[in-house]
Design a binder for this molecule. Structure first.
Ligand SMILES: Nc1ncnc2c1ncn2[C@@H]1O[C@H](COP(=O)(O)OP(=O)(O)O)[C@@H](O)[C@H]1O
Ligand SMILES: [Mg+2]
Length: 279
């Protein structure tokens, strides 16, 4: 039995004439302890997929199974680092993380919870900003709070929806390593959604492209046979890395181009569009 299983998932938004099938025939199986990355274009249905796994959305058809049981609701066992941070604006950084750990460990004493909050706020280098509210933080800082909040809850499975997108390269690299540390030390299972192929290869055991939508479906998987812990600076000289990176990028460019040529046939442009507008 796989740890997480998606069987023939279809997801349509809207009804009748307004119905759009966003995801189509999604099949995926993740083993306990694995780190899987899904790479895809904006708007292809990545967040929809995360919400189906998390239990915030229900598939139109098909099944999501977590440890053999259908997913019917959200659960602390599956922690999500959301793309849009979703912090509570009236609480400061420490309080935002505190709310989450209190929910995850309702029986722990205040002192233990506070200690845990401090530890994770420090992990994302936000100790100097612990008393600030979200509106006083940059996008990157908010994203780090979201990372701290999700990881402090100690979820069995870590689901990440483009968690590091708003960060500068240095912070991004540091947090990639922190997430990898937690994943390997605590033997977690991880699903990373990203549009960054290098990040996907650096972090994951398998990289799977999500084809552009509508009717987005998963492409072939690319196994990442590079020993861990991986050395980011050495990766560039690793022939295995170069080969896999090229293969994934080539695949994404091919399906991107394919979809583009299909879509210009499907959609009629308005009369007023200048000829040069037609790509
Ligand atoms: N609640 C919704 N109702 C209708 N359409 C939606 C909804 N959420 C997302 N979509 C549409 O579904 C598609 C995929 O969205 P999303 O899963 O957010 O993609 P991604 O995360 O890959 O950018 C987009 O075209 C988006 O406009
Ligand atoms: Mg998204």
């Amino acid at each position: 039995m796989a740890y997480l299983e998606l069987n023939n998932i279809y997801k349509t938004y809207g009804e009748g004439e307004n119905a759009t099938e966003v995801l189509s025939d999604i099949n995926l199986s993740i083993e306990e302890g694995e780190f899987v990355a899904i790479v895809g274009f904006t708007g292809s249905g990545k967040t929809t997929l995360v919400n189906l796994i998390n239990g915030l959305l229900k598939p139109t058809s098909g099944k999501v199974l977590f440890k053999g049981e259908p997913v019917v609701d959200t659960s602390h066992e599956r922690g999500v680092i959301f793309q849009n941070y979703s912090l509570l604006p009236w609480l400061n950084v420490g309080q935002n993380v505190y709310m989450a750990v209190k929910e995850a460990f309702p029986k722990e004493s205040k002192a233990v919870l506070k200690q845990r909050v401090n530890e994770y706020v420090d992990m994302v280098s936000l100790t100097p900003a612990i008393n600030k509210r979200p509106k006083e933080l940059s996008g990157g800082m908010r994203q780090r709070v979201a990372v701290a909040r999700a990881l402090a809850m100690n979820p069995e499975m870590i689901i990440m929806d483009e968690p590091l997108g708003a960060l500068d390269a240095l912070t991004r690299g540091n947090l990639q390593d922190e997430i990898l540390n937690i994943w390997s030390k605590d033997k977690r299972t991880a699903l990373l959604i990203t549009n960054d192929v290098d990040e996907a290869i650096y972090m994951a055991d398998r990289v799977i492209p999500l084809k552009p939508g509508p009717n987005a479906t998963l492409g072939p998987e690319f196994k990442i046979d590079i020993d861990r812990p991986r050395d980011k600076t050495a990766l560039n000289d690793n022939p295995n890395y170069k080969k896999t990176r090229n293969a994934i990028i080539e695949y994404l460019m091919d399906i991107g181009a394919e979809r583009k040529s299909v879509s210009t046939e499907e959609y009629e442009l308005p009369e007023i569009a200048p000829k040069s507008f037609v790509a």
